[in-house]
Design a protein around this ligand. Structure first.
Ligand SMILES: Nc1ncnc2c1ncn2[C@@H]1O[C@H](COP(=O)(O)OP(=O)(O)O[C@H]2O[C@H](CO)[C@@H](O)[C@H](O)[C@H]2O)[C@@H](O)[C@H]1O
Length: 473
């Protein structure tokens, strides 16, 4: 099949979060399965400054009432996949993908509506007729709408698949601030109180709608778990499915990981202790392999559970435990974590930054990985943790529930889980994990190994996407 990914981030090229992991791994898995895959993404400043890419064809022109957009299409051969970049400096030659360090760009609705239109124009310019255009999150959610209203027959046999990676980000914008869309002939049906909701447009117009775990697909049908979208999603229930993300075991493998001071595998976990010492040294904590070390790497947002992590830090510090948190995001969370680090320099460090090296070192060097999310469409770090013999402590939501087995199921257990989104429930769960570490070292080791043998492959995910694409066409 000819499949085009319209996506805003791809690991290795540009990344702010888990979307990029999927943006790399899924196209590569489909390509490996013999499918014809291309990617179209924005030519961000970071990319323009790193790669000096040539154009793929003449400058393109898009007309909208009252506005003319001239843009270039650049291209790169990347792991045997053609990646096309929409080069429109007014919208993408900026620091940050969606925001300057502090605030979302006010014209994000216009930037990414234009990008969706530019993807379709790019395919026309390249005479590339896909069977499926696979769109991801609000950034490309307008594309299925534009595709279904496209005139002229070029996309007659092209279908769209829309994947929700995070339903909390919906792209709600005033239509008047989106010159690219505001005069579109059918747009009024999408305007409510002067606003459009880009995610809703993707849900309504895509041929098939997916999300990134079976459990989150179920949650999206409920009032509580849908971020206000359940009525729309219930309408599309027959076309909605959840396909679990995979783990890229070429990149996340403790036996070959070049970021680590030592490599290890499930048969010989000894060198994991060297990684723990390496992490303790790098994070400025006392080097001591007997004290349990809890790690966390994430965007600092409410989604990741900081509403109940911050209130328990003082209680947690009363235990013999070390904690390392790596992340960027909400300035208030940053300040609180920083203050706590200053008060407990021998137990806690907060690294305020985006560091792939740190992410790998935490996965390898920690004993436990904390992921107590408020909601979690799939979650990737818990899968990386399992692969590294680092026991996940997670909340039983979304994809976390699909990938971690709680310790109460002792024969199959791979981690620790709690349900209630409260500081008390989280603290109880962490205490349960610490007790297990101290009192059951053999079972702890068995749990580590069980996790390391668990597999969530991108190949399995790609097979499911492929049959979905086939059902769409
Ligand atoms: N400071 C930092 N330094 C280095 N690396 C960092 C980092 N902060 C985050 N990362 C990396 O970014 C990725 C985060 O992936 P997640 O799936 O955990 O979350 P995210 O919420 O961004 O993704 C959304 O999309 C993905 C993909 O579908 C879903 O799994 C998820 O549930 C959904 O919320 C991981 O590769 C992690 O290591």
């Amino acid at each position: 099949m000819k499949i085009v990914f319209a996506i805003s981030e791809v690991e290795e090229l540009v990344k702010t979060g888990g979307l990029a992991d999927v943006g790399k791994a899924l196209p590569l898995a489909l390509n490996k399965a013999g499918e014809d895959v291309a990617i179209v993404m924005p030519y961000y400043k970071e990319l323009a400054e790193t790669y000096n890419l040539s154009t793929a064809c003449d400058t393109q022109i898009l007309f909208c009432e009252g506005k003319v957009y001239h843009f270039d299409i650049r291209m790169m051969d990347w792991h045997s996949i053609n990646v096309y970049f929409v080069d429109y400096p007014d919208y993408f030659m900026r620091d940050g993908l969606y925001s300057n360090a502090y605030e979302a760009y006010a014209d994000n609705g216009e930037r990414f509506s234009f990008f969706s239109g530019a993807v379709l124009q790019t395919l026309k310019a390249l005479s590339l007729v896909p069977d499926v255009i696979h769109c991801h999150d609000w950034h490309t959610a307008v594309l299925p709408y534009l595709l279904s209203h496209d005139q002229g027959g070029f996309f007659e046999r092209t279908r769209s698949v829309f994947t929700i990676h995070n339903a909390a980000f919906q792209g709600v914008h005033q239509i008047q601030q989106i010159p690219f869309l505001r005069h579109h002939p059918n747009i009024q049906s999408q305007v409510h109180g002067g606003y459009i909701n880009m995610l809703q447009m993707g849900i309504e117009f895509a041929t098939k709608v997916t999300t990134v775990s079976p459990n989150y697909a179920q949650e999206l049908l409920t009032d509580l778990g849908s971020h206000g979208l359940h009525e729309r999603l219930v309408k599309r229930q027959a076309d909605l499915s959840g396909i679990l993300n995979g783990c890229d075991y070429t990149q996340w493998n403790p036996a070959t990981d070049s970021f680590l001071p030592a490599n290890y595998d499930a048969d010989n976990l000894h060198a994991k202790q060297t990684c723990k010492q390496g992490l303790q040294k790098k994070a400025g904590l006392p080097v001591n392999t007997t004290v349990p070390l809890i790690g966390m790497v994430c965007r600092l947002t409410d989604q990741k559970g900081f509403g109940y992590i911050l209130p328990i830090l003082d209680d947690l510090a009363k235990h013999n435990v070390q904690i390392v948190i790596v992340g960027t995001g909400d300035p208030k969370v940053c300040m609180d974590l920083d203050e706590f680090a200053q008060q407990h320099p021998n137990q806690f460090n907060f690294i305020n930054g985006f560091s792939t090296e740190y992410a790998h070192l935490v996965e390898a060097g920690a004993d436990f990985f904390l992921m107590p999310s408020q909601f979690e469409p799939c979650g990737l770090n818990q899968m990386y943790s399992l692969a590294y013999g680092t026991i996940p402590i997670v909340r039983a939501v979304g994809g976390l529930k699909d990938t971690v087995v709680d310790n109460t199921h002792s024969d199959a257990a791979t981690g620790f889980m709690f349900t209630s989104p409260t500081p008390e429930a989280l603290l109880t769960c962490i205490r349960r994990a610490l007790l297990f570490y101290y009192e059951h070292p053999n079972e702890f080791r068995a749990m580590q190994k069980r996790g390391m043998h668990t597999r969530f492959t991108w190949q399995a995910a790609a097979e499911q996407y492929l049959s979905l694409y086939q059902s769409a066409v």
